[in-house]
Design a protein around this ligand. Structure first.
Ligand code: COA
Length: 449
């Protein structure tokens, strides 16, 4: 049988493919923009014949009935490596739970906890080429490991997916079934940077030397930073997530990868999420390699880049230097993702730096994100012993190797002026740093956080 005939022999309709799932099974899916939209949409229609099905997802992007509808309770339970907006909504209803993880170990950790098996894998891929090879396209974070561990592998073929290069190829003989669903890809629009984002971006851009290799994380601030690096030279990319910002930097000749110490001349990453022009850029692009998350995000691998700079964002930072990026108090918000991986990796690198950049306030300037101690119940994403550089629109605080007293003083300097006296008074009152000397901040504003 040639590749084309093999493909045809494996082709099912979407309802037929979902019909293969049995009660009590686990389904693992491809993540983010690689999620199998047709299969996940259909799953809710099988509610009446399925009970106790566990679905492992990571940053689901669309609104699916099996996640959102209360009547799915008892039929489907979602275990999630990284929450998006729908998961936050459903969480209080008790039909979903977060899987704490560092991204480079996510799938191996979950598979270990499940005795190495997953019943069903659903992912996406491009149509096969003449030799029968498909590209897993927009994510390689956990997908290949899950495919290898699954008893049944079904890929949703979408001809709009870019044929990304690197380790993305899979042969039609390696999958059990394919379904076709040629839908538009999910796009994450990049907004024009706000003035405060430009201020943060300016400080971060100053910390990035020509010839550095970058990781830019998820969120508004890393996106804004990309737009402020247009005057840099010979930057490289070793990231977890490819964003639209890299397209402009590559086209402006800023990203060349010429001075990278590994994967010279190539941009490496594990998944892509952005606008259509990012996906067009990735198609057949020999300058880009998608590699599994256990490689891209391994801090030891990241640390072999010289001048590696990671830029991530956060929700709160306290005076010990503890960073919370994944919860608002006890309310789970997103996930660790690769933040700790990349932050640690950057600090292992010769001349490297781990940057956490965040706005100094939230909720229309009513609360400070720089706090004396994290809100009770907050999840620590970067522990104080791993923290390096914190940037807000008021400047840069270098915390690595500094005492709690020095950290507190440095963080007060980059907090919003209305909250500086409050932070000082609170750390003194709690005895974290008695008798601080940070003069000139008289305003007393309580922080509701
Ligand atoms: N207290 C209470 N609420 C806060 C807050 C704080 N200290 N800081 C921010 N918020 C609120 C914001 O007001 C906003 O609320 P809204 O949606 O009602 O306006 C919400 O939290 C999200 O904040 P925002 O700054 O817009 O989020 P973002 O989209 O820029 O994402 C993170 C920021 C930190 C959530 C995101 O980067 C993340 O999940 N990081 C962890 C994973 C990671 O960095 N991986 C790196 C590799 S890709």
């Amino acid at each position: 049988m040639n590749a084309r005939e093999l493909y045809r022999s494996k082709l099912l309709t979407i309802p037929e493919a979902v019909g293969l799932v049995r009660s009590g099974q686990s389904i693992a899916t491809a993540m983010a923009a690689a999620e199998p939209t047709g299969l996940l949409t259909e799953l809710g229609n099988h509610r009446d014949r399925l009970r106790d099905v566990t679905v492992w997802v990571c940053l689901p992007l669309r609104l699916y009935d099996f996640i959102l509808k209360p009547e799915m309770s008892g039929h489907f339970f979602v275990e999630n490596w990284f929450y998006g907006a729908p998961d936050r909504e459903v969480h209080p209803q008790g039909r979903t739970s977060y899987i704490p993880n560092n991204l480079h170990q996510a799938s191996s950790g979950k598979l270990k906890a499940s005795q190495g098996r997953v019943n069903v894998y659903w992912g996406t891929a491009t149509p096969p080429d003449a030799h029968g090879y498909m590209s897993l396209s927009l994510s390689l974070v956990i997908e290949k490991q899950l495919i290898e561990a699954a008893d049944l592998v079904v890929l949703e073929i979408n001809e709009r997916l870019p044929r990304t290069l690197g380790d993305t190829q899979i042969h039609i003989s390696e999958v059990d079934h394919v379904v076709e669903n040629h839908v538009p890809l999910f796009e994450l629009p990049s907004a024009h940077p706000a003035p405060w984002e430009e201020a943060i971006g300016g400080y971060v851009a100053d910390l990035i030397e020509d010839g550095s290799t970058l990781q830019l994380g998820i969120g508004g601030i890393p996106n804004a930073i990309a737009s402020l690096l247009v005057n840099h030279r010979d930057l490289g990319v070793h990231t977890e997530m490819f964003t639209t910002g890299i397209v402009d930097l590559f086209e402006a000749g800023v990203i060349t990868g010429r001075r990278k110490s590994q994967w010279k001349g190539k941009m490496v990453g594990a998944f892509a999420l952005g606008e259509q022009r990012l996906y067009d850029f990735l198609h057949n692009n020999i300058a880009v390699e998608l590699l599994p998350g256990y490689i891209t995000n391994d801090p030891y691998v990241i640390g072999r880049n010289s001048k590696m700079v990671s830029v991530n964002t956060a929700l709160q930072v306290d005076c010990y230097g503890q960073v919370c990026s994944q919860s608002i108090g006890p309310r789970h918000f997103s996930g660790t993702g690769g933040q700790l991986d990349t932050h640690r990796g950057a600090q292992r690198s010769e001349g490297g730096r781990g940057i956490i950049a965040l706005r100094s306030t939230a909720k229309s300037d009513t609360i400070s994100t720089i706090v004396p101690v994290l809100t009770p119940g907050a999840e620590v994403t970067v522990p104080g012993q791993d923290v390096d550089t914190i940037v807000t629109e008021y400047g840069v605080a270098e915390l690595r190797g500094r005492s709690v007293k020095e950290r507190t003083e440095a963080l007060i300097q980059i907090a919003h002026p209305s909250f500086r006296a409050w932070i000082r008074d609170e750390v003194e009152r709690m005895g974290i740093v008695p008798r601080l000397q940070v003069p000139g901040y008289e305003t007393q504003t309580p922080n509701p956080a």
